[in-house]
Ligand binder design. Structure first.
Ligand code: IPE
Ligand code: IPE
Ligand code: MG
Length: 236
C-alpha cells in the first residue's frame, strides 16, 4: 500500500463506462448510471479515509447534453438524490464543491449545491469536487472573461496576467493542480476534463474495468502505478 506521504495530493477520476456496463447486462443505460453513482459513493468515502487531500470526479460534461433527453434526465435525477442524502455524511468531514457552469440548473438544485458547499466549507477532511456541466475549455473561457472584466475596469494591466493568475481564476482557483488522472473503461482521452490543470498530470487508463465495477482496489492499483512514475516537470 502506498504510504500517505507519497500519495498524490489531487486525484481526478473520469467516471466512464456506465452505459457499456448496463448494455453488457441487457439493462437500460440509466441503470448503468445508477450503479455508477453507487461506485462513486464508495470511492469518495474510501479516498477520504485513505487520506487523499483533493478528489475531483467528472460527473457530467458540457458535451453530455448531446445525449437523449431521458438519459440526461436520469443522470440529473441521480444528482438530485445525491444532493438530498449528502447531509447523512456530515460525520465524514468531507468538504464538497461543485465545478462547472451551474447557471443552467434549476434554482432548487443550485440552492442545494450552495447550501452543501457552505455547510461543508470548514470540514477538514478531503475536498471533493463534483464536476457538473463542466468543460475544461468552458472553464478557461470563464477565467478569461473574469480577467477581461478586471482589465476593462482598469484594475489589471494585460501584462499582469500570468499563469498563476489564470489558475486562480478557474472554478477551484485555490486548489493544487491535479497530479493523477484515472480513467476506466478503455478510453484514452481527457474529454475536456481539467485541461489546464493537467499540464503535468500523470495518467492511469484502466481498460479492464468499467466505472460501476470500480472498487477501492482499483484505486489502490492506480496509486501504486502513480508512485512508480518519475515526474520531472521539464527538469532532469
Ligand atoms: C459515464 O459513462 C457517465 C457520463 C458520461 C455521465 P457513460 O455513460 O459515458 O458510459 P459509456 O461510455 O457510454 O459506456
Ligand atoms: C466523459 O465521458 C464525461 C464523464 C465521464 C462525465 P464521455 O463518455 O462523455 O466521453 P467521450 O464522449 O467518450 O469522450
Ligand atoms: Mg462514456
Amino acid at each position: 500500500m502506498v504510504e500517505r506521504q507519497f500519495l498524490p495530493a489531487h486525484v481526478g477520476i473520469i467516471m466512464d463506462g456506465n452505459g457499456r456496463w448496463a448494455k453488457r447486462r441487457g439493462l437500460p443505460r440509466k441503470m448503468g448510471h445508477k450503479a455508477g453513482a453507487e461506485a462513486f459513493r464508495t470511492i469518495a468515502r474510501y479516498a477520504n479515509r485513505r487520506g487523499l487531500r483533493f478528489l475531483t470526479v467528472y460527473v457530467f460534461s458540457t458535451e453530455n447534453w448531446k445525449r437523449p433527453e431521458d438519459e440526461v434526465h436520469a443522470i440529473l435525477k441521480l444528482l438530485r438524490n445525491y444532493l438530498d442524502e449528502v447531509d447523512q455524511y456530515r460525520d465524514e468531514n468531507i468538504r464538497i464543491r461543485f465545478l462547472g457552469d451551474l447557471s443552467v440548473f434549476d434554482p432548487d438544485i443550485r440552492e442545494k449545491m450552495e447550501e452543501i458547499r457552505v455547510e461543508s466549507a470548514h470540514n477538514t477532511g478531503m475536498t471533493l469536487n463534483l464536476a457538473i456541466n463542466y468543460g475544461g475549455r468552458d472553464e478557461i473561457v470563464h477565467a478569461a472573461r473574469r480577467l477581461a472584466k478586471r482589465v476593462q475596469a482598469g484594475e489589471l494591466a494585460p501584462e499582469e496576467i500570468t499563469e498563476a493568475l489564470v489558475s486562480e481564476n478557474l472554478y477551484a482557483g485555490d486548489e493544487p493542480d491535479v497530479d493523477l488522472i484515472i480513467r476506466p473503461s478503455g478510453e484514452y482521452r481527457l474529454s475536456n476534463f481539467l485541461i489546464w490543470q493537467s499540464a503535468y498530470a500523470e495518467y492511469v487508463f484502466m481498460d479492464e474495468v468499467l466505472w460501476p465495477d470500480f472498487t477501492p482496489d482499483h484505486l489502490e492499483e492506480a496509486l501504486t502505478e502513480y508512485q512508480k512514475r518519475n515526474r520531472r516537470f521539464g527538469g532532469i
